[in-house]
Ligand binder design. Structure first.
Ligand code: GAP
Length: 430
């Protein structure tokens, strides 16, 4: 994990937020390579959801009416049990203390206060008066923005149940302890899809989405050996769930949830009907009946998935003369699609390389590099996870062909310069 965190910082994937001020715990910034990788992951998720006829997208606001969070149960239930160490004043989640009972910070024995409930929602105020009537929350999940828009979307898009609504956006949780880099942060992004179904059809749709979602990670290059399901037992279910499966990824620190698939029943729409006074019953023309739809939710963390993709891509290899670090990102999510190098900075090679790079940049993210030995340039692109490096050499000047080096096999093929774009398109899959 240390190696990955250090590479993430050095190569500009992730920085600590407000680093020059000592950082802000649980908050991170995505650097030039990180933001491309994150955007590509979100783009792949968005396409997998919305390039089908039964899912619509929305982008709801982060601040919502405070009654939303009363209705959803978050004001009452979205709490973690918290204890303080009386000796060193460090704060912990009671359910994460070591069995020895010793404080993980100072080692004190039996120094904890009684556990008390701590609500994880961040609170702020709308307008100039900071009183309870002006309290609003930063959303702890994006899902509620979908539920309150169920009828807006259904009628605007003329959808019929079963159909889904997808959304990507920031969520905030005032976690008691942040940990493991991007795994548990206070500000993060979610990719959530709520699929509305007829009650009774929910178990079947639950199985369908469970399969679809794990396959999405596999299709983007994650090894099935690093993925598994974890079913929530009756004592672990969230207040809204009838059934829940996590998709877990094997991080260097152990298995951790990257996505939750939940059968939320009609809990949320029922609650919004109760609290808003607006009817949430859907009229099913085919069945000629009215009901509140059940919801199958797929809730992935974009930030956690990002971290899982970093871990899954990371590899160190011993070559004949040196060691290389290579990020084996699936070509569809790699931050840079291709790099272009002139072999040497003379004989017209830089000009030719520049022209090729400029042409490819109309469609792809292309990095131009003419600094240092070509072997060093390959290593730099390996660390960035760039699938292809295109080199312009003396033969290019004679026959207009270039070499294209594959990141994983390190093999090179010669391709006519007019064919580079087609080669990339075939091999990147974008
Ligand atoms: N709408 C349901 C929901 O929010 P959740 O299991 O609490 O369910 C879903 O969260 C996903 O959001 C998790 O699987 C995880 O990927 C991500 N997530 C939750 N809390 C997080 C945190 N503090 N930091 C980073 N990601 C988080």
């Amino acid at each position: 994990m240390e190696k990955i965190v250090s590479l993430a910082k050095r190569r500009g994937f992730v920085f600590q937020s407000s680093e020059i001020y000592g950082g802000l715990n649980g908050c991170y910034d995505y650097g030039p390579l990180g933001v491309e990788l994150l955007n590509n992951i979100k783009e792949q998720w968005w396409r997998s959801m919305t390039l089908r006829e039964d899912i619509e997208g929305i982008d709801a606001s982060i601040l919502m009416h405070p009654r939303v969070w009363e209705a959803s149960g978050h004001v009452e239930h979205f709490t973690d049990p918290m204890v303080d160490c009386k000796q060193c004043r460090a704060r912990f989640r009671n359910d994460e203390l070591p069995e020895s009972g010793a404080c993980p910070n100072c080692g004190g024995k039996d120094t904890f206060t009684e556990a008390r409930k701590f609500n994880l929602m961040f609170r702020t105020f709308v307008g100039p008066v900071e009183d309870s009537s002006a309290t609003v929350y930063l959303r702890p999940e994006t899902a509620q923005g979908i539920y309150v828009n169920f009828f807006n979307v259904q009628s605007a898009a003329r959808q019929k149940v079963p159909f889904g609504i997808a959304q990507i956006g920031k969520a905030f949780r005032n976690e008691i302890n942040t940990k493991n880099f991007l795994f548990r942060t206070r500000e993060f992004e979610q990719m959530e899809m709520q699929f509305f179904v007829k009650p009774g059809d929910d178990d079947e749709w639950f199985e369908y989405w469970k399969e679809q979602r794990i396959q999405w990670f596999i299709d983007l290059g994650m090894s099935p050996d690093l993925l598994r399901y974890n079913e929530h037992g009756p004592g672990e279910l969230a207040h809204y769930a009838k059934k829940a499966f996590d998709i877990q990824f094997l991080f260097p620190f152990g298995w951790g949830e990257i996505e939750g698939i939940h059968n939320r029943t009609d809990y949320d729409l029922q609650q919004h009907e109760k609290f808003s006074g607006k009817a949430m019953k859907y009229y099913d023309q085919e069945a000629n009946e009215k009901y509140i739809p059940y919801v199958i939710e797929t809730s992935a963390g974009a930030s956690r998935s990002f971290m899982a993709f970093l871990v899954s891509a990371f590899a160190e290899e011993q070559l004949e003369k040196e060691k290389r670090t290579v990020m084996r990102f699936h070509p569809r999510i790699a931050p840079i699609n291709a790099a272009v190098f002139p072999l040497v900075n003379r004989d017209g090679m830089p000009e030719k390389a520049r022209a090729i790079a400029t042409d490819l940049q109309k469609r792809y993210r292309v990095f131009y590099d003419d600094k240092g030995a070509v072997g060093r340039r390959y290593r730099r692109q390996d660390e960035a996870g760039t699938p292809f490096c295109i080199t312009i050499d003396s033969q290019t000047l004679e026959d207009q062909s270039v070499t294209i080096r594959d990141r994983d096999s390190m093999e090179q093929v010669r391709v006519a310069d007019a064919q580079i774009a087609a080669y990339l398109s075939d091999n990147l899959g974008i």
